[in-house]
Write a protein that binds this ligand. Structure first.
Ligand SMILES: Nc1ncnc2c1ncn2[C@@H]1O[C@H](COP(=O)(O)OP(=O)(O)OP(=O)(O)O)[C@@H](O)[C@H]1O
Ligand SMILES: [Mg+2]
Length: 295
């Protein structure tokens, strides 16, 4: 288990400056020469080397000799430290705790915001795992020239913007506090994933609430989730409110794939309720509601 908080606590300002310098160097180099790192940090070579070997041990950087030159690159864990440091300095996160889960394209941690509010830090990870199901959804990041860190940063920004806008128009999504680099800080929802089939007081009402969020997203924000399933719905334990999570792959309404994705989203969720909660809502009716047709 990665104790991300413990790693962060071991870092000095100097270490973070070195990480930042490597990050900056990545705009030009995949592996950044030591000389460039020194130049950017303006820290004497011996100190930079000490810091680098410490961070190599902590798995925050990788190293490689390229034609006799020492070069370095950040790992995702190294990039995590920079994002985490940003959140700490901006008073968004006070402490980061255990890992909540690893998804196909993210890693989530429990954390505390100042004042003791529970939040989660979601670090986007692109290119680390297989691309199984997201191909069709991934048109926004298919340019192979964009490297993985950049893609993860784009994904985080997208998730932040979608959540912020959806929250503002009253859709059922968690409140989002901030984003930086490839990371987003999101309100922690005390809930159960829908795939676990939680007991619901009124399942049909819960389904309509989900459809209502899809509708707000479609009609008011002009976006389609694109990856909706029982895995991306969290049902709050006390109020049975369904929160739709995991938005980075959303597409705009006028995207050529939007129609197909909207149908698929609605299809999945309605089928799931019909099958597991025996609610008997028709796909057609649900889709019309989401699209704002026939009213
Ligand atoms: N705001 C939140 N509050 C509480 N738990 C959350 C929150 N966001 C995500 N989680 C938990 O983390 C899991 C993964 O989150 P999310 O779906 O956003 O990432 P993901 O990369 O798509 O993961 P997966 O590939 O497993 O769907 C969720 O299924 C849920 O259990
Ligand atoms: Mg998910």
């Amino acid at each position: 288990m990665v104790k991300i908080g413990l790693i962060y606590k071991q870092l000095t300002r100097r270490d973070l400056r070195v990480l930042e310098a490597i990050e900056k160097g990545h705009s030009k180099y995949e592996y950044v020469p030591l000389e460039i790192i020194e130049k950017y940090t303006r820290i004497p070579e011996q100190h930079v080397l000490l810091s680098l070997s410490k961070m190599y041990r902590l798995k925050l950087v990788k190293r490689k000799m390229i034609s006799g030159y020492k070069t370095f690159r950040l790992t995702y864990l190294g990039l995590d430290m920079l994002a985490l440091d940003y959140f700490v300095r901006k008073d968004v996160v006070e402490a980061i705790d255990d890992r909540l889960g690893v998804g196909k394209e993210s890693e989530l941690f429990k954390a505390l915001a100042p004042g003791g509010k529970k939040v989660t830090v979601k670090f986007l990870r692109i290119g680390r795992t297989s691309f199984r199901r997201t191909r069709i959804v991934r048109n926004w990041a298919q340019d192979p020239r964009i490297d993985w860190f950049k893609q993860a940063k784009i994904a985080a920004e997208r998730e932040f913007k979608a959540l912020k806008e959806l929250y503002e128009i009253g859709a059922n999504v968690p409140y989002v506090l901030a984003y930086n680099r490839h990371a987003v800080v999101i309100e922690y929802i005390e809930g159960i994933e829908l795939y676990r089939k939680p007991e619901l007081d009124n399942p049909e009402k819960v389904l309509w609430k989900i459809l209502d969020t899809l509708r707000k997203a479609y009609l008011e924000a002009g976006i389609v989730h694109g990856d909706l399933s029982e895995y991306n719905v969290l049902v709050s334990i006390d109020t049975n409110t369904p929160y739709i999570i995991d938005w980075p792959q959303y597409v705009y309404r006028d995207d050529p794939a939007a129609d197909k994705l909207l149908k698929r989203d609605v299809d999945y969720i309605v089928r799931f309720f019909n099958k597991n909660y025996r609610v008997g809502v028709s796909l057609d009716k649900a889709l019309k509601y989401v699209r704002g047709e026939n009213e």
